[in-house]
Design a protein around this ligand. Structure first.
Ligand code: PHE
Length: 326
């Protein structure tokens, strides 16, 4: 069969076949059959090489025409199909879908409030490890080896002397190991305790540690700083009280309570004090030159007081009805 006859017969075959298809699936297989890599039209192009020099441009032209004609026909059926299916699926009169967007968790919001208050008065923000060795969590903080705080009851051990930190105070040590004084930091983070669970205590919670070291730091400054914080956080009519306390890493030490209007009782929100000289010794700061104050506050308790939240466990339940209120 001459090339010209082949072109004619391929075209006729195509037209017969094309007349019987009516959707885009059929049109796709016909496209493959004629125009695909091994398609009938594609193969005719390969035969062009056998034509004489005079015939080649003529057949080349005919073949191109055929190819264009076929693909136009196939495209038209596919386009029709698309419009038809679009019309079926989209009802432009339907109301739009409402996508609800997530929001910042109430604990994160409280962290942000605390960070803002302290950055405004010159504190930088730093972070430290949640899994740490006993040295940073206890020893360097002057917590002696047989102190009850190290007891298996309170501390989650990961390995022989590796713990889930029980407070953010471990980062006091990391900061002072890494930097020369003076320094002024807050450290937000998560801490873990093997405690009995109640409305105000959970096995994990969040703290913000504060550490200020300079040559003339006083307890009066610590008091001023935390009173400023409490007023900013809870408003100026909030009732707060100072209680003397004990921590191995501060001397003297104190705790701050806030009046809990809902329960008619005091709720402790933080511990603090002047950095104990023993702590300075463990990080090679000269305690004759440097003084410091430190504090550690409980973020859940602050949020509970501020927003009247009844139970610390609500923060971790992921109950959307609780989370939506904030
Ligand atoms: N680390 C103490 C606690 O978790 C709080 C604290 C921090 C006390 C810094 C004094 C100084 O209870």
């Amino acid at each position: 069969m001459s090339l010209k006859d082949s072109i004619e017969s391929v075209k006729n075959d195509f037209l017969t076949e094309f007349a019987s298809i009516n959707d885009s699936t059929g049109s796709e297989s016909i496209r493959q059959k004629y125009l695909g890599r091994n398609g009938l039209v594609t193969n005719l192009f390969k035969e062009l090489g056998r034509a004489s020099n005079d015939d080649r441009p003529v057949f080349g032209h005919l073949l191109n025409q055929l190819k264009n004609e076929l693909s136009e026909k196939i495209n038209s059926i596919q386009a029709e199909d698309r419009t038809a299916s679009d019309n079926e699926l989209v009802d432009i009169a339907l109301p739009g879908k409402l996508y609800s967007s997530g929001s910042t968790h109430i604990l994160e919001q409280t962290f942000n409030d605390i960070k803002k208050i302290f950055s405004d008065i010159g504190f930088s923000i730093s972070y430290g490890p949640e899994i740490d060795d006993e040295y940073h969590n206890f020893t360097a903080l002057n917590v002696p080896e047989h102190h009850p705080a190290r007891d298996m009851q309170d501390t989650f051990f990961v390995d022989k002397d590796i713990v889930l930190r029980t407070h953010t105070s471990n980062v006091q040590i990391h900061l002072m190991e890494e930097k020369d004084p003076p320094l002024r930091f807050i450290v937000p983070g998560r801490v873990y305790r093997n405690e009995s669970i109640s409305y105000k205590s959970y096995c994990l919670f969040h703290q913000v540690e504060g550490l200020f070291v300079d040559k003339s730091v006083s307890f009066a400054q610590l008091k001023g700083c935390l009173e400023y914080f409490v007023k900013k956080m809870f408003g100026s009519d909030c009732k707060m009280r100072w209680r003397p306390s004990y921590f191995p890493f501060t001397e003297p030490s104190a705790e701050v309570d806030i009046w809990d209007e809902q329960r008619n009782q005091w709720m402790e929100i933080l511990g603090c004090g002047m950095v104990d000289p023993e702590v300075f010794n463990s990080v090679n700061y000269d305690p004759k030159i440097w003084r410091g104050y430190a504090f550690g506050m409980g973020v859940e308790r602050i949020a509970m007081l501020k927003y009247g939240i009844e139970d610390i466990r609500l923060f971790y339940g992921g109950d959307i009805r609780f989370l939506r209120q904030f």
